[in-house]
Design a protein. Sequence first.
Length: 244
Amino acid sequence: MNQSASAIVAGVGPVRGLGAALASCFAEKGLHVFIAGRSAEKLDKVVQHIRASGGSVTPVVADITVEDDVRRLFDHVRTRGEAIDIAVYNVDSNVPAPFMETETKAFAVLWRQNCLGAFLFAKQTLNIMQAHGHGTLFFTGATASLRARPPFTAFASAKAALRALAQGLAREFSPHGIHVVHTIIDGVIDGERARNQFPEYIKTKGETGLLQPEAIAQTYWAIHQQQPSAWTHELDLRPFKEPF
């Protein structure tokens, strides 16, 4: 592993979550990891977890939907003068509501968090990756990236836009050695947020009916390791019990 390379994960929340699992995985592989999220308290806990395992990490409190915050995040990255081996846009927000009860503000917020932030993040990431001629850029999608169902119509429209963004970037930047990947998380992640928001639903699924964050992170790493002659652009991940 190139010791002068870094990873960056946007959308890091609780220790028991996908963002933290991705950051921990990349740190274990020897990369210095930049983690970004809106909660300093949550980032600090993830930092402690990674450093306790011997990893190297830099936390940056940032709202990825705000261009100045994104620019400041990447100023930290550029300070180290390193290439970015892996970048993950893992920001996710979902507020269910029937269409006629969806306020314009709520619709716009979902689009900003699930798509506009990805646009801002990608521009900064690709600028660095192009300069070094390599890198893997991941966008974390959802079941709604492919299927819009009520009461998640607003969320699905934003996730579908994210998928379109990823497709366009893959076609434009793959010839320049940059691997752009869109992952569809087709199921419920066994994380702190899900367990707090709908514990009864989690019980009905059982442990084998949930996606484990560490398992998802392992798949991201495996995709990153692919040879350019056989790159994956899109893949879907679900528990073996999940119907589809």
